[in-house]
Design a protein around this ligand. Structure first.
Ligand SMILES: *Cc1c(COP(=O)(O)O)cnc(C)c1O
Length: 421
């Protein structure tokens, strides 16, 4: 459930009409609902209520400082994958002991930043990384808490580009080598083993792959403890999917997920960490855009919007589906027709949807892409010299721009023409 509903024929973000925001900030823009973000975090906390746990929001899904502040103030930890994300989390007031650092290519500078600034744990993905972290920690006279990310060789049955737990994927160490790798870690004085980490992919719509991975994790926990390692935390990663297409069967709820985690891992008495990103932010955001032209092609009718693939790349990159709805609610039984919904960028890939049935639309009409709160604004670029679009946060009847649209001068001033040219 989210907080983008029609009221009196207008699509609202909580108690604010999206068309009022459009009139104030211009299109296109992203809009997030504070109540939805709050609700989604609570769902996970409730789902794991019976176990000691920390929800570490995977902030790569949406790392606007206002979003981080909101979630951080509600007690969320953060899963960061770069020094930039670490800085954002800290700037939003999240304490270091609630930040886990994931990613396969951490640099020594990033390690230093997190070790001096405070960190809950590093999720280490290879032995060379372990060696590097050991060196950095020793040079700072400190000890780095680590979990090793294991690759359980489970197929998440999701999109090719976001499956991460098969043996051919670049992530983690093969679970078959875990014993060796943990023994190696235990020999390095700059490291302290605190747990095990796993993350098998994103947009999973079935609990079975999670359960398969977590069963392997349970066995591994018992084995590593027997080998003398102090496994007190299990980081289960993120990946729970969201209903992009409302007509489709709904993915499992956080409560189902939580019950499964309790059943499979509860007896181990570990602190549980989870790293949801998409489920927290995805349906907490929409992208609002205006129809520029309706163009009659030979076989198709094109709806040309002022938003493009540079603003929301998921359809072009993953063939992803987003619901598209008009800001004015169509009358019951109103005529609809198939449109190819496209942006102005000079690539045929700049297509949001093909042959999508929508009520009749005209230039100047506004539409919203649903489920755009995760992997939307964060993946945007200025391709075609289109300025990054603003982000707006709504809470009840108030809204604020939480990232302003850059001016063209600001964009141009980022480039420098060398004196010698
Ligand atoms: C991307 C990622 C997540 C979040 O995945 P979602 O599908 O957004 O929940 C969590 N952990 C790691 C290590 C990731 O790379």
């Amino acid at each position: 459930m989210d907080h983008f509903l029609y009221r009196n024929g207008r699509l609202m973000a909580e108690d604010v009409a999206l068309s009022d925001i459009a009139a104030s900030v211009g299109t296109p823009f992203y809009c997030y609902s504070a109540a939805t973000l709050t609700r989604h975090l609570r769902l996970f906390n409730d789902a794991l209520a019976g176990m000691e746990h920390l929800v570490c929001y995977a902030m790569k899904a949406n790392s606007n400082l206002a979003v981080l502040k909101l979630l951080g103030d509600l007690g969320a930890g953060m899963d960061v994958v770069s020094g930039g994300e670490y800085r954002r989390a800290r700037a939003a007031g999240v304490p270091g002991d609630r930040i886990v650092f994931s990613g396969i290519g951490k640099t020594k500078d990033e390690m230093r930043l997190a070790l001096t600034g405070g960190i809950r744990q590093f999720n280490v993905e290879s032995e060379p990384e372990m060696e590097a972290l050991n060196q950095v920690a020793l040079s700072l006279n400190t000890v780095a808490p680590i979990s090793v990310r294991v690759n359980p060789d489970v197929d998440a049955k999701t999109h090719e580009k976001i499956a991460t737990g098969r043996k051919e994927d670049k992530f983690g160490i093969p679970i078959s080598r875990a014993s060796e790798v943990y023994a190696h870690a235990a020999r390095l004085p700059g490291l302290q083993v605190v747990g095990i980490d796993v993350h098998i992919g994103s947009q999973l719509t079935d609990l079975a792959p999670f359960e398969a991975a977590y069963r392997k994790l349970a066995d591994l926990t018992v084995q590593l403890r027997a080998e003398g390692h102090d496994i007190r935390r299990l980081d289960l990663g993120g990946g729970l999917g969201i209903p992009y297409e409302r007509s489709n069967a709904d993915p499992p709820l956080p409560s189902d997920y939580g019950a499964m985690v309790q059943r499979v891992l509860g007896h181990l008495e570990c602190e549980i960490e989870i790293e949801p990103g998409r489920l927290i932010a995805g349906n907490a955001g929409v992208l609002v855009s205006e129809v520029i032209y309706v163009k009659e092609g030979e076989e198709r009718q094109f709806l040309i919007l002022d938003a493009a693939m540079n603003d929301l790349i998921r359809p072009a990159m993953y063939g992803a589906y987003h619901d598209i709805v008009p800001l004015i609610e169509p009358a019951p039984g109103a005529e609809s027709r198939p449109y190819d919904v496209v942006g102005p960028v000079c690539e045929s890939g700049d297509t949001f949807a093909k042959q999508r049935m929508l009520s009749l639309l005209s230039p100047g009409d506004l539409v919203a892409f649903r489920s755009a709160g995760a992997y939307g604004a964060v993946m945007a670029s200025e391709y075609n010299s289109r300025p990054l679009i603003p982000e707006v946060l709504v809470s009840g009847d108030q809204f604020a721009v939480i990232r302003a649209r850059p001016t063209f001068d600001e964009m141009l001033n980022r480039d420098t023409i060398p004196e010698w040219l």
